[in-house]
Design a protein around this ligand. Structure first.
Ligand code: B4P
Length: 204
């Protein structure tokens, strides 16, 4: 998820949120290609961190395997470093799976300061569908009890964050229970450039 795509004349800043297995990684890659953005997956950044041989890596590895959220302090540290590099390079980006909690969203706002997000895209997928998808994907953190715990974290931590963002008006909700292509087309249709290739976005 760290590959560099050709930069777009529109320097978008997007966040993609949804339950585990809702297709965030899948859609982030497609949107990155379409708009020339760098995808930033906190899941992947944390898996990379967990693969190291440090005390903190051991802690993160245990949390990922158990399907628990990694503490905000650790997540914010990896995001801050990645975003600083992208902003310094003048790149647009799409956050995949971040923010996931209200404290992360508040810290993210503070981190962005002058550069507000263009949109937060929420992928809505029912729990029974995500369970089937993740069982088929079969990553090492996709066991049944782990999936259930991750879905519970989403209900408890992420949903209230989305409701709060929705009151602020920057959220686009998309039906993620469709084909990969249809979900992508729906997101792209909602991200309507208001001024050709050089304008901002109109959240419909
Ligand atoms: P992530 O790496 O974000 O993983 P995910 O939520 O399970 O998957 P995603 O939604 O990206 O699904 P994908 O496209 O792969 O998180 C992993 C862990 O990291 C978390 O549990 C947590 O512990 C930790 N973490 C990450 N961010 C954190 C944060 N901010 N704070 C704290 N902890 C954090 O799709 C899944 C499967 O469905 C694939 O096989 C795909 O091919 C398929 N699929 C996708 N779209 C489909 C469609 N439309 N139809 C049918 N199948 C589809």
């Amino acid at each position: 998820m760290t590959g560099v795509t050709p930069a777009s004349p529109i320097r978008l800043r997007l966040a993609l949120v949804g339950p585990p297995g809702s297709g965030k990684g899948t859609q982030a890659r497609l949107l990155a290609e379409r708009y020339g953005l760098d995808p930033v997956s906190t899941g992947q950044l944390l898996r990379d961190l967990a693969a190291r041989h440090t005390p903190i890596a051991r802690v993160v590895r245990g949390l990922l395997e158990a399907g628990r959220l990694v503490p905000n302090r650790i997540v914010l540290d990896v995001v801050r470093k990645r975003l600083a590099a992208l902003e310094a390079a003048g790149r647009g980006w799409i956050m995949d799976g971040f923010p996931r909690t209200t404290p992360q969203a508040l810290a993210f706002d503070a981190m962005l300061q002058a550069h507000a997000l263009d949109a937060v895209v929420v992928l809505d997928v029912p729990p029974e569908i995500v369970a089937t998808r993740l069982a088929e994907r079969g990553r090492h953190d996709d066991g049944r009890s782990t999936i259930e715990r991750r879905v519970r974290s989403y209900e408890r931590e992420t949903k209230p964050m989305i409701e709060r963002m929705q009151r602020d008006g920057s959220v686009l909700r998309v039906d993620g229970d469709q084909s990969i292509e249809q979900v992508h087309d729906d997101i792209a249709a909602r991200l309507t450039p208001v001024d050709g290739m050089t304008g901002g976005l109109g959240a419909t």
